[in-house]
Design a protein around this ligand. Sequence first.
Ligand code: HEC
Ligand code: HEC
Ligand code: HEC
Length: 430
Amino acid sequence: MSTLKTVAAAVIACAVVGGVGFIAFAEYGQHKNFASISAKVDSADPAQVKRGQYVAITSDCVACHTVPGGQPYAGGYALQTPFGTIKASNITQDTETGIGGWSLDQFDKAVRHGIGTHGYLYPAMPYTAYTKMSDQDVADLYAYISTLAPVKHKVVENELPFPFNQRMLLAGWNLLFFKDEPFIATSGTPPQVARGDYLVNGPGHCAACHTAKNLLGGDVAEALQGGTLQGWHAPDLTSNPHTGLGKWSDEDVISYLKTGSSRQSVASGPMLEAVENSTQHMNDQDLQAITAYLKTLPSGKAEVPVAVAASDPQMIQGKRVFESQCEACHVSSGAGVRRMIPELRGNAQVNAKDPASLLNVVLMGADAPLTAGNPTGAGMPRFDWKLADEDIAAVQTYIRNSWGNSAAKVTAEQVKAARAEVGAKPWLGH
Ligand code: HEC
Ligand code: HEC
Ligand code: HEC
């Protein structure tokens, strides 16, 4: 019997015996031994440690396993999920509170198969993508992580409410949404595209943010066509010309990943962190590979909505707000200032179905990325205290429907909800 059938049979059996079978199955999965990694580990080999450090960069382990301003890899960073807060573990070499003394197989079981010290890991840890990492990369990463100085720092990972705090549930989640399969390049793909595919869908875990999630937090079928998390929208990365990278040249994508800005856009929020910790440190060959792969992604359904008419009362109000508050920087044609102020015209994020990032940036402002390639970024001021919900909604509708852009109107209710979500200050006017 294939494993798939075994699994299906297990699910049916559970229904019959009222869950007892499922728990037994879940227990079994938890204690299962996975094939040992063939690649060798030598933490005294500086070349392997160096390779492992690069793997840590491409997979951005530091992003979640470090609290801002805290000790690298000592854990405690809180990830907000729709089900509650999950904290990332301490993965330094401390034997009591970290992963000191772990074997390579134990490490592999956590990183690629989602089973850690407390049992099944929550998919907030992106093992769903890391499962595609090669044996060699995992061994190199282990060699590097083994050199991290121990930091004593106790983390309580799981503070979710019942029933979500029951790790056994994750066995069911894995059955539904986790394909524990190694990376296999599609046959006939050029090596550069295959490398990009590996980086994007394996270590780079781009889909963690750029693929929308269903109600249970599993990936929807429309891979890399945009997703929303923690008050930000991570846009479509396919070649969709309206909401995706269809109008971005290879140079634009590489520049964005390397410096956090391109002709079209400037990174903020979680992407700013991804650029600062991860993509800016990738070598040019890998950035080219990612770009080459993204360029092969077919556009999803290209639904270009009809633009709201300039005579619409909300558009008239929005234009007025734009002229008094935004035009000095973003320019009346929406063209911005090259590599300083992003162009709003033809901007995929501005055309996105979900205005979450636009609301976030206009309410809270944004610091431009500080990267080696772009050391003096400009900032976007915050408008939460300065503009009423109706004015923010109007200016959003205006930028989303001017200069050839077209996207759904933004309402004052959406602005109100976004204020609560991102923790904005109240409007000081009246
Ligand atoms: C998007 C955030 C995120 C990223 C990126 C991430 N992790 Fe995690 N990791 C977590 C969270 C959250 C947990 C705790 C999950 C839980 O307790 O169920 C965790 C748990 C772990 C554990 C299990 C620890 C234990 O005691 O069971 C290990 C090992 C680990 N991560 C290693 C890594 C490595 C290595 C990388 C980079 C390849 C990485 N993580 C990248 C969020 C992340
Ligand atoms: C932690 C979540 C997260 C991860 C992981 C992530 N992104 Fe993003 N990404 C975002 C968000 C949010 C934005 C929108 C940022 C903004 O509006 O300034 C974004 C924007 C982008 C953009 C600009 C798109 C546009 O139209 O403006 C590109 C290109 C991009 N990401 C590529 C990638 C690639 C490639 C990876 C994997 C190597 C990746 N991202 C991983 C969250 C993420
Ligand atoms: C002082 C100059 C300045 C003013 C005034 C200003 N902006 Fe910005 N804006 C910026 C800069 C710089 C960025 C890029 C910041 C970043 O993402 O790190 C930006 C980013 C944005 C973005 C995000 C674009 C993207 O690709 O993610 C939007 C949307 C935006 N501004 C809209 C507005 C609106 C609407 C107003 C008026 C209410 C406004 N801005 C006023 C400088 C300005």
